[in-house]
Design a protein around this ligand. Structure first.
Ligand SMILES: [Zn+2]
Length: 120
């Protein structure tokens, strides 16, 4: 089990007064190491077409909607799914409501939300 750098246990606040350990962790995360190339492409398409909406953000997690666009998968099309990215003891955690139980891959919805956050 990996241990997070100590600073991640002490979320800092931005100028709005929001704590954002999750933002810091995502900033250090290389999506290419988590997702399959196809899901990276599809997730990029969702993000670029504006198919991401943040529902809730705390210091430890960000939850949002991703998808719900028309067209093919390559164009970013597909169903809208609820995604959560979180700070865990092992690093970045993720969950997409569209993934089968016990098979929580870093899917295109996770990619889209992560890209959205990383570019804020
Ligand atoms: Zn998904």
């Amino acid at each position: 089990m990996s241990i997070l750098p100590p600073d991640l246990f002490f979320p800092f606040r931005d100028y709005n007064g929001n704590m954002q350990a999750i933002l810091k962790l995502l900033g250090k995360t290389d999506i290419k190491e988590l997702a399959l190339p196809a899901n990276i492409r599809y997730g990029q398409a969702i993000y670029k077409r504006g198919g991401v909406e943040v529902i809730e953000q705390t210091a430890k997690y960000i939850e949002g909607w991703a998808g719900g666009l028309n067209g093919t998968s390559a164009e970013g099309g597909g169903q809208k799914r609820r995604v959560r990215l979180s700070v865990t003891a092992k690093g970045l955690g993720w969950h997409c409501a569209g993934n089968p139980k016990n098979h929580d891959i870093f899917c295109k919805h996770c990619v889209a939300l992560a890209l959205f956050i990383q570019t804020q």
